[in-house]
Design a protein around this ligand. Sequence first.
Ligand SMILES: Cc1ncc(COP(=O)(O)O)c(C=O)c1O
Length: 393
Amino acid sequence: MELSKLVQSIGESPTLAVSALAARMRSEGIDVVGFGAGEPDFDTPQHIIDAASEALNNGHTKYPKPSSGLPVLKEAIKNKLKRENNLSYETNQITVTVGGKMACNLLIKTLINPGDEVIIPTPYWVSYPEFVRLAGGKPVFIQGTEDNGFCVTPEQIRAVMTDRTRVLLLNYPSNPGGHMYSPERVRAIADALVGTNITVIADEIYDRLVLDGTEFLSFAAVSDDACQRTITVNSASKTYSMTGWRIGFVAGNSDVVKGVAKLDSQGSSGAATFSQVAYAAALDGDQSCVETMRAAFVERAARMHQLLNDIPGVRCPKSAGAFYAFPNVGGTFKRLNVSGSAEFTEKLLSEANVAVVPGIAFGMDEHVRFSFATSMDNIEKGLERMRTWIEKH
Ligand SMILES: Cc1ncc(COP(=O)(O)O)c(C=O)c1O
């Protein structure tokens, strides 16, 4: 049967594809060390699971009402934004979504018309350009360089602004770069936008996973101007190890979040009711689980940094946030006889049974992404395999 041009025009998520391939190899009995998954390797904390079971036992099994999010969750989100991000929003400025991914997707559909331009710093999260294309927009990429810690500058943003520019997508801590924007950098970008009508989508889903002590400054918290132009995205997935619960939100201008809710009312009808109760419990409950997970990521980031930089032809900055390392492996291409990150990744998986995601998926072909949401043992084993594999060539 013939598929629509729309479906044919987009690629499948390469990160999910790597995880699926590694899972298949494992089911065939192959001992694969997987660095593909963008999800914490911890169980969802027990008090959150308990809140969900209680919700199910108490009849939270029907459509969520309203579809834009249960009042109990909107209240918890409002309090989280105030407490952790210094942002004051009313409940009518919040819409609950089926994860942060759906939040970004619907926001772009809400904000842009065909032909509008969306500025995307590279390396970028794989789905951003596809969301823009799905909405008929034009992704405009600006390159974060290694010597600037993958961050983009206000000058780079100014240089690509046109009268079609509608949105700037910002994500820090970053997937895949593992980099952070310092408050100074955040403020400088906010300054560059003053006087424009550019909306910022601030994807802050790793806000609680800063690993290097840099202060996290929410984009909307910079100034009144930044607050007016910013829609903040967040979700339960990374902070509370709740990737399978599919729950997130958008917060900001009430017309925009209402637009997201309207689209979603004709899409998902809202996020699963018991997931909403569980997310509220996560946000309102004991936060020590977040610190436990973050502390593990800090240790792993240090070990990854050390082991990766010990491999000939590989160089990697230390991850400042999230749970990703994004090394430049271009120095190995000649000896491995590969032409880019996709070929590197395929060979690494088939010859050394180590799964990573090719940097080309994030807009940079000399890099690969390692998720260190995996045990220290796996980190040691996987990087030893990669080192031996490269040295053998
Ligand atoms: C930068 C970024 N934004 C959004 C998402 C979406 O996460 P979820 O839909 O699980 O909330 C991810 C997941 O990997 C991500 O890395």
